[in-house]
Write a protein of this length. Structure first.
Length: 394
């Protein structure tokens, strides 16, 4: 097996430069200078894994729904009960009621139809000797998952195509930019219109009260209709871009580092490989909080009203090159899914989507090895990733 960490490293750098030629190198450069830095006009940048975790775990001093965090940005678009814009007791209670949302059975019901379509598309294209774009296929998969979250089966009359569902979800999440403290009236209108289209079928499914659908299940768990719509909107906007960023990067990372063949024949290391790829790519590169009480982060004094920029991208990436044989230090473990009260509630669903798609691509590789034929990185985006990643028969 040839392990070429340098190629994998080079492509990951290009992805970051494509997303923002100044911001990502700057954030990572600043992180190397000091673990906590006050950046005039921007906030307090925290770049060390232990300190990032400390802030996330301390809800008394740091809130997500403050004036400059990303939480409040969403309220005019998705309403006040979307988890990402809640804090304290109200948030805790809603999370508790959602505790049993993602059982292995409910997750399988959401992912399997979309995964079957993913497999058919990959095989169909490669079998006929054509190339297939993994990014496009993952968007389709994410659209299929959204459709299940809305409670709309694949064959429902008038159902929007997966790509349109994905684009609607993406049009909401792309409203967020790091330097954008509030949304304009036009952006709010655009976001609300997308939420309105998505919420239509979800409201119908909720009212029909079928626990076999996701909205019906939220009703069964005691959510009011508005709470259910807020949660579904949050899932659609938070859970799509991260996966469309991560899955193609995972595939490229494994191919570039020469690990695909070995992994296809020996699957026992798949969990460690996925974990390490999440650490190395960090699909959710930055989290925001507002300080609401005075104190310190590390040795830096923090005042109420300070915006806190949690640089997961530096905190976990700086731990080293992509190396699944290396144990991830405790303070960084799963930090790419957050920590504390707002820890990613969609993690079981995300992991099911990741495991299933990787399994499909590894099975295909065992039957007929494939290779990366062409690729382009995305430019000017919040979450770095590939715009296209084309696979072709080797
Ligand atoms: C690789 C994929 C994913 C990554 C890396 C990821 C990462 C994260 C992170 C870091 C947070 C915490 C943000 C913070 O504390 O500010 C978070 C929260 C959240 N994630 Fe994910 N996520 C992924 C996939 C998903 C999926 C598939 C869904 C659902 C469909 C989802 C739904 C959510 C929701 C609703 C929250 C907010 C939870 C709360 O505020 O209580 N995520 N995610």
């Amino acid at each position: 097996m040839t392990v070429d960490a340098a190629t994998a490293e080079r492509w990951e750098r290009r992805i970051h430069l494509g997303a923002h030629p100044l911001l990502y190198p700057m954030i990572r450069g600043l992180g190397s200078i000091r673990p906590v830095l006050r950046l005039p006009g921007l906030g307090v940048l925290v770049s060390e894994a232990g300190l990032v975790r400390e802030v996330l775990m301390d809800q008394q001093r740091f809130v997500k729904n403050g004036p400059s965090g990303s939480g409040a940005l969403w309220t005019p678009v998705v309403g006040p009960k979307a988890l990402v814009n809640m804090d304290g007791e109200e948030h805790k209670q809603l999370r508790q009621r959602l505790g049993d949302l993602f059982t292995p059975r409910s997750v399988a019901g959401i992912v399997e139809p979309a995964a079957a379509a993913f497999q058919a598309r990959i095989s169909g294209k490669l079998d006929s000797g054509r190339s297939v774009d993994v990014v496009d296929c993952v968007k389709d998969l994410a659209g299929g998952v959204i459709s299940r979250l809305l409670g709309v089966p694949e064959n429902a009359p008038g159902r929007l195509p997966n790509k349109e569902l994905f684009n609607l979800g993406s049009s909401i999440s792309s409203l967020v930019r790091l330097g954008r403290p509030t949304l304009t009236v036009r952006q709010i209108a655009k976001g609300r219109s997308a939420v309105g289209i998505l919420a239509g079928p979800a409201r119908v499914a909720y009212r029909e009260s079928d626990p076999g659908t996701f909205p019906g299940r939220l009703r069964e768990l005691g959510m009011t209709e508005d709470e259910a719509m807020g949660i579904i909107s949050a899932f659609v906007m938070v859970g799509t871009e991260t996966l469309v960023s991560f899955l193609p990067r995972l595939v490229a990372l494994l191919s570039d580092s020469g690990r695909i063949g070995e992994l296809a024949s020996h699957r026992s290391t798949v969990p460690a490989v996925i974990n390490e790829a999440l650490r190395f790519t960090v699909p959710s590169p930055m989290m925001l909080r507002d300080a609401v009480a005075p104190g310190f982060i590390g040795e830096t004094k923090v005042h109420p009203g300070d915006r806190v920029l949690l640089s997961t991208v530096h905190a976990t990436k700086s731990l080293g090159s992509f190396d699944p044989d290396h144990a991830i230090p405790a303070q960084a473990r799963q930090l790419w899914f957050g920590a504390g009260a707002h820890f990613c509630i969609g993690m079981p669903l995300a992991m099911a989507e990741i495991n299933k798609t990787l399994e499909i691509l590894l099975d295909r590789y065992l039957q007929h090895p494939w290779t990366i034929a062409r690729r382009r990185v995305s430019t000017g985006v919040l979450i770095p990733g590939y715009k296209t990643l084309e696979l072709a028969n080797a």
